[in-house]
Design a protein around this ligand. Structure first.
Ligand code: ATP
Length: 260
């Protein structure tokens, strides 16, 4: 397996870093059931950058994303969002940080069927008792092309439109960083391309930071940088990826032929 060494991460919590892990390990289970999902992973997600996380099934992609987003806790090592060290936060503070500073998009759209598109988009703000920033919301809704669909319920929207609602919901609170776990996994290639375009616009036009887990070299081609995990380790990275370069590197890493 060819492994290209890449530089050490910037100083932990340094300016210009939206989120970072340092020496992050995550172990599930014990004894015979013990699984080391992440093994001393240090990575920076820089502000205003779109990063894709790739690697074979079971190599730790979702675990890395979940730990970096404060959805799961490390076994050892540390995680920062901005300059906040997550281990210093209690449950309520962690909930507030996830709500105010992070947006999430998952493979399943996770929309509430009885609410309209607009109500779904603003639901996290409603729960937090916050009024939306109307100008920002208008911009986000226009960006994802939902202005004419705000009164529709999820069942009246296509899968691609539902995921656009989820993208708008992730952006509604003006979070610094958006994490996506296979956000195009349930979409056909055209709807997927639209959603990926919106994620890229969230970086380019709205100045957000995006981190996305994907299996798809075409999806990774929308990112500024692709990092590759294997067996809980970061093993390589590409900047300015194209689908062909991603595919070539996946082949050289053996990602197409085995799982972790
Ligand atoms: N809650 C859990 N309990 C026990 N083991 C877990 C748990 N979550 C993940 N694992 C194990 O940790 C390893 C990494 O899992 P993870 O879901 O992060 O991989 P992944 O790269 O995202 O996989 P995939 O591409 O298939 O979604 C796997 O071996 C998995 O079985």
């Amino acid at each position: 397996m060819s492994v290209t060494p890449f530089g050490p991460p910037a100083r932990h919590g340094a300016p210009g870093v939206a989120a970072a892990t340092f020496d992050l390990s995550k172990v599930y289970g014990s004894g015979d059931a013990r699984v080391v999902a992440l093994d001393h992973v240090s990575i920076d997600f820089r502000e205003g950058e779109f990063t894709a996380i790739m690697g074979p099934s079971g190599c730790g992609k979702s675990t890395l994303m979940h730990c970096a987003a404060g959805l799961d806790s490390p076994s050892s090592g540390s995680v920062r969002v901005g300059t906040t060290e997550l281990s210093t936060l209690g449950d309520r503070q962690l909930t507030a940080l996830r709500r105010d500073r992070i947006g999430f998009i998952f493979q399943a759209f996770n929309l509430l069927p009885t609410l309209t598109a607009l109500e779904n988009i603003t639901l996290p703000l409603t729960i937090a008792g916050r009024r939306p920033d109307q100008q920002w919301l208008d911009r986000v809704v226009a960006m994802v092309g939902l202005s004419q669909r705000l009164g529709h319920r999820p069942a009246q929207l296509s899968g691609g439109q539902q995921q656009r609602v989820a993208v708008a919901r992730a952006l509604a609170s003006r979070p610094a960083i958006i994490f996506g776990d296979e956000p195009t996994g349930n979409l056909d290639s055209r709807a997927g391309a639209e959603v990926l375009g919106f994620l890229r616009d969230s970086v380019r036009a709205l100045g957000r930071t995006v981190v996305m887990v994907t299996h798809d070299p075409v999806a990774a081609g929308y990112a500024d940088r692709v990092v590759f995990l294997s067996d809980g380790h970061l093993v390589d990275e590409l900047t300015h990826p194209t689908p062909d370069r991603v595919l070539d590197l996946m082949k050289s890493l053996g990602s197409l032929s085995h799982t972790c």
